[in-house]
Design a protein around this ligand. Structure first.
Ligand SMILES: Nc1ncnc2c1ncn2[C@@H]1O[C@H](COP(=O)(O)OP(=O)(O)OP(=O)(O)O)[C@@H](O)[C@H]1O
Length: 316
């Protein structure tokens, strides 16, 4: 049984803007699901509905067996949310804030648990500091500690690493992995493809309110993955010779590099024939390398590919 079951969920704001087109999505226990999409795609809207902050126009969400509207309190208890914006009491201390957060969910105090999360987030030595005296990165850690204070089974991270430094990003990723090991399901939204590539088990791509693709990350990278072959030429070329017109080539690095993008899954990649032709034409190279397209390349090509229908057909 999925830990989150979203059926026919849509949202049209009072302004008339349809921020979310009907979405169906199931997320399994212990999964790390990354929701990717450009600004304004509807990621926050979707998260806010699941967390009971925004009312859906249509559809249902069941979180760990509880309907988020009919059984709001039970459903919400299962969920931790780290919102994009920092919302916390500036005058409170770190420890008091996190304790209070736990109390708001009706959980009995558990200082050992709270100490553990503060230590995990490298916040323990700041426990007596007032929030307003902390740096932006530290405040963000406090937001995470608050979201974890009531021991949620499901954690939403909305742009967890937007504007944070490399160190905090690493810490966050490690924390997310540890949480997953303890059985927590994690849904994160991100602009950073790198983050999805590093963390996610499955990736969803949302564009203009439409969930256009949901796919296992490794499958997605394999299926849509192109490879790039780069040849470092012995002598620079001024232009691509006519004899190479059959291959989709690009000249780079002032004519010193020849680049060929190919489909690594194709029966005929075009690589052997290209190399033979180069030899026939007497074009020598010093070195060559291939690299797999990153999730970023894939994402960019998805976002620029129209219409969305094609993408869905391709993904199935
Ligand atoms: N309360 C609201 N009333 C009207 N329109 C809204 C409201 N909240 C969001 N929107 C609009 O809905 C669309 C989706 O916004 P949303 O915040 O869900 O996108 P997002 O994918 O989270 O973007 P970002 O990455 O910038 O946070 C946007 O066009 C936004 O302007």
């Amino acid at each position: 049984m999925p830990v989150i079951d979203i059926q026919g969920l849509s949202k049209t704001y009072a302004s008339g803007l349809q921020a979310l087109k009907p979405i169906d999505l199931q997320i399994g226990k212990g999964e790390i699901f990354a929701l990717l999409g450009p600004n304004g795609a509807g990621k926050t809207t979707m998260i806010s509905i699941v967390c009971g902050i925004v009312t859906p126009s249509t559809g249902t969400v069941v979180a760990d067996g509880h309907d988020i509207r009919k059984n709001y309190r039970q459903a919400r208890q299962k969920i931790g949310l780290v919102p994009q914006e920092l919302t916390t009491d500036a005058f409170e201390t770190v420890l008091a804030t996190v304790r209070l957060s736990r109390g708001l969910f009706g959980k009995a105090p558990n200082d050992a648990y709270i100490e553990q999360i503060l230590r995990d987030l490298s916040l323990w030595d700041k426990k007596d500091s007032k929030i307003m005296t902390l740096s932006g990165g530290m405040k963000r850690r406090v937001m995470i500690a608050k979201a974890l204070s009531h021991e949620p089974d499901i954690l939403f991270l909305d742009e967890p690493t937007a504007g944070v430094d490399v160190e905090l990003r690493r810490d966050m990723w490690n924390l997310v992995r540890r949480l997953r090991e303890s059985g927590v399901t994690i849904i994160l939204t991100t602009h950073y493809i790198e983050e999805a590539e590093e963390m996610a088990d499955r990736v969803g791509v949302i564009l203009k309110g439409e969930l256009i693709l949901v796919e296992d990350k490794t499958e997605l990278m394999k299926k849509l993955g192109k490879k790039t072959l780069t040849l470092n030429l012995q002598d620079p070329l001024e232009a691509i010779p006519v004899g190479l017109a059959d291959w989709d080539l690009q000249l780079k690095a002032d004519g010193n590099e020849l680049e060929f993008v190919f489909d690594s899954n194709a029966e005929k990649t075009g690589v052997p024939s290209l190399l033979r032709r180069l030899s026939d034409l007497g074009i020598a190279f010093k070195d060559l390398n291939t690299r797999q397209s990153s999730l970023e390349d894939i994402f960019v090509s998805l976002v620029h590919r129209e219409p969305a229908q094609d993408i869905r057909a391709g993904a199935n």
